[in-house]
Write a protein that binds this ligand. Sequence first.
Ligand SMILES: Cc1cc2nc3c(=O)[nH]c(=O)nc-3n(C[C@H](O)[C@H](O)[C@H](O)COP(=O)(O)OP(=O)(O)OC[C@H]3O[C@@H](n4cnc5c(N)ncnc54)[C@H](O)[C@@H]3O)c2cc1C
Length: 386
Amino acid sequence: MWAAGAVVANKLSECKSVRVLLLEAGGAQNATYNDIPGMMKYIYKDNVNIWKYWNEPHDNYGQGYAGGRVPDHKGKTLGGSTAHNGMYFNRGNARGYDEWVNTYGAVGWSYKDLLPVFKEWENNTDRSVVESNPGYHGTTGPIQVSAPKNPDKIIDVFHNVVNQLGYRDTDVNGPIQTGYQLLQLYINGQGFRSGTGNAFVDPNPHEDNLHIVCKALVSRILFNVSWPNVVLFHSGYNGTVKTSLNLVKIKSRGTIRLQSTNPLVPPLLDPNWLSTPDDNQNIMDATRFSCPVCRYRYLYECTEGLMCYIRYNTLSSYHPVGSCRMDSIDRPDVVVDPQLRVKYAKNLRVCDASIFPVLPNANTGAAAITVGHKCAQFIKDYYDLH
Ligand SMILES: Cc1cc2nc3c(=O)[nH]c(=O)nc-3n(C[C@H](O)[C@H](O)[C@H](O)COP(=O)(O)OP(=O)(O)OC[C@H]3O[C@@H](n4cnc5c(N)ncnc54)[C@H](O)[C@@H]3O)c2cc1C
């Protein structure tokens, strides 16, 4: 059950002619760790509702970590990683999604196609943001977003500095992304996290036809010829300001490989970051740019020193995508078609961030939720469900 899967389960069970079974490997959400914002580091330390993964060591990065292995943990509870993520609400630039269509043939996934879906699940409670860009925000959806209410005063200082550099306060979910903003968060009126778990399936909105089983690890999908007919699962399985840079238009490509047929053995994750000259150049340029106050200091002048700094400090920002890429189905490197149907199989769809052809230039949560909505609609249309 995925962040996107919570949406699918909710939307499909709106149709009373079907029965929906939702399987989640993790336990139920934990009120302290999953509802309270900013608990990520305690979740990792106390090992609550997460899959702990480490990337394979690499010469290009991770030198500052034990064994050179950069952590890349994921959520393991209802709502998946939206139950512990950074909560930044950020859809990205329209051109990122248009590229999915124009370069990769993902028909139906342009920004124009997706904007109504983004708006459908959004409940944006910051009037000034909504009014600044009419037509770009939803105000009645189940996922509440707003800026933090009491940001540290140092944020104002930082914003003043970038303002003096010529940048303007900008709604990054509007038509233009260049600028700065006190980013909006997935947060509800009581100050708790608004993830897909609590927005869509917890509490269960359709107890009559949605059956939710936690601690149910799916270990196999059985096929009858090309039709999947059974999913196997085991039940009961146990005061400063900091800037960070995220490369999103990445040219490096990584791999995820199984080291065992046992689903409990973690896969080998090799993101292969910084393996192209363009990515190296871009991260260096961005690092120089990112610190307007100290960019004239020695480290920032010394390319070798800067590269060394990057190799030591680069970490995952936890947004891997594309291992089951969606595209026009005639391409050899494609797993699902633009309706998320798995190539050569019947009645099997993949519905999560793995289907993105490439990263949008943003955090991936908003697009993942939207994938859930689109997938539910594809299934409803296919079976004529109401
Ligand atoms: C630390 C962190 C910070 C992030 N910060 C942000 C942010 O600030 N803003 C943003 O927009 N995005 C953020 N993201 C990214 C965003 O949360 C993800 O893109 C999104 O959750 C992906 O959704 P998904 O449906 O692909 O998978 P996930 O959310 O990872 O969900 C996968 C689910 O499937 C379950 N599962 C896996 N295997 C099995 C199995 N065999 N059987 C049964 N269940 C299984 C897992 O337990 C989990 O619940 C962050 C992610 C992380 C990890």
